[in-house]
Design a protein around this ligand. Structure first.
Ligand SMILES: *[C@@H]1O[C@H](CO)[C@@H](O)[C@H](O)[C@H]1NC(C)=O
Length: 416
């Protein structure tokens, strides 16, 4: 009997270690820290799925509410422990821009007649998680406002499951148009020549899509002057790019998880996930060669990234899917599919990519296509970077994350 507590403890430790441990490439520094964050993140996702699953059954409503409470507690633990980033001079206000909730960060006034920079930010989280107000996003916005002397507007666009495409995009676009209006720029003393649009991950997707729309909208007199995209999501047609394959099991963004985010964003039934993983949704039958060329990584990626991976093109896959899911071929969902004429009008770009990220090639291909269209692009590639290092773990201070944030601020300092 005296053995029992010992046995239970050992089993618990083994169980927790099994849950937490993920094999990682040597280049990734601070592997245990990453595993711990990953385990926390997976727990939140599993609880959210459980919540969803329970939500289908009305009898479980109270359990559902209880898990919801627990889920937000874990989410809170993950994101609200804010380390530093408190800038006493920065004024923070929660407002709405064209009906969309935003958090506005204003730097200390620079004196009469001094115009400031402007920066609109869309947070990441798979169009499903995240908030401008949580720890890392909030503290980064404060730092940006203070260091860049910028009015930062961080947008609380609506998320899944409340809405899916195109609503989050439309929220961001409405907020962006409001921000770029003469009255609002004047009210905040912002230099109309120095306004950036930016975002990470799913927020990078929204930033790229909004930048394209504003750049080509003849009715808009003020435009964004730069776009800063941090490991953006840019396409949903090829889930077998070299980076999707190389990094499919690397935290914090596993390949099936990213595909799932896409299915939910586009309103596709989750049972189709295996078909999407097999590229069966983007077979030749509903996909012109011209469109395919816009994400042909055998051409758009350098050999360093292509390695020996083989392109997966399906002759005949799912029937009629592109008609059922109009978002699949919509440039507002997949900015990488935009035509060269649209890209040519887009603002100068800063693109962060990480070697250990399924989305690496989305970012690299977009950088290449913008350059081919004549747009100036700076690509900071982190050889030891992983998805998420920039955005939601500032309080844990990963070295690569700190370097990525510093590089991002420096680029804006010199180019915005
Ligand atoms: C993809 O489509 C082919 C042809 O329709 C089918 O044989 C195959 O089973 C599909 N793959 C998956 C994973 O569903």
């Amino acid at each position: 009997m005296r053995l029992l507590p010992g046995v239970v403890t050992v089993l618990l430790i083994v169980g927790v270690a099994y849950y937490v441990y993920v094999p990682l490439p040597d280049a990734i520094q601070e592997p245990w820290k990453l595993m711990m964050v990953d385990a926390g993140f997976r727990t939140v996702m599993q609880l959210t799925s459980l919540q969803h699953w329970l939500g289908l059954d009305h009898c479980f409503k109270c359990i559902c509410e209880a898990t919801e409470g627990f889920g937000s507690m874990v989410k809170g633990l993950l994101t609200s422990v804010s380390g530093g980033g408190v800038m006493p001079g920065v004024k923070v206000s929660d407002l709405t821009f064209a009906g969309v909730p935003v958090r506005v960060y204003e730097p200390p006034a620079g004196g009469e007649g001094h115009l400031r920079r402007g920066l609109m930010y869309f947070h990441g989280g798979g169009w499903k998680f995240g908030s401008a107000k949580t720890g890392a996003y909030d503290s980064t916005s404060r730092t940006l406002s203070d260091e860049l002397n910028a009015v930062v507007v961080s947008v609380e666009y609506r998320l899944y499951p409340e809405v899916h495409f195109p609503m989050p995009y439309l929220d961001c676009l409405a907020a962006a148009k409001h921000f770029l209006s003469r009255e609002v720029l004047a009210k905040y003393a912002i230099d109309p020549e120095r306004v950036a649009v930016s975002g990470d991950s799913a927020g990078g997707n929204l930033a790229a899509a909004v930048a394209q729309e504003i750049s080509t909208d003849e009715s808009m007199s003020e435009k964004f002057s730069v776009q800063a995209l941090v490991y953006p999501v840019l396409q949903a047609l090829d889930f077998n790019t070299p980076s999707y394959l190389q990094n499919e099991n690397i935290p914090l963004l596993y390949r099936p998880v990213m595909v799932r985010f896409w299915l939910q964003y586009l309103g596709v039934d989750l049972s189709l996930q295996p078909q999407f993983l097999a590229n069966n949704h983007s077979s030749l039958q509903h996909f012109t060669p011209e469109l395919r060329a816009r994400l042909d990584w055998t051409v758009l990626l350098s050999p360093k990234y292509r390695k020996n991976y083989k392109q997966l093109i399906v002759e005949k896959g799912l029937e009629g899917l592109s008609k059922e899911v109009p978002g699949l071929l919509d440039v507002r969902a997949s900015p990488l599919l935009a035509e060269p004429e649209v890209l040519a009008k887009c603002p100068r770009a800063y693109i962060v990519t990480c070697e250990y990220d399924v989305l690496r090639d989305d970012g690299l291909m977009y950088a290449r296509r913008l350059q081919d269209a004549g747009v100036s692009v700076t690509n900071d590639h982190y050889e030891d970077g992983f998805h998420g290092c920039f955005s939601f773990i500032s309080w844990l201070e990963f070295d690569v994350g700190k370097r990525a944030v510093r590089g991002y601020i420096n680029w804006l300092q010199n180019n915005l």
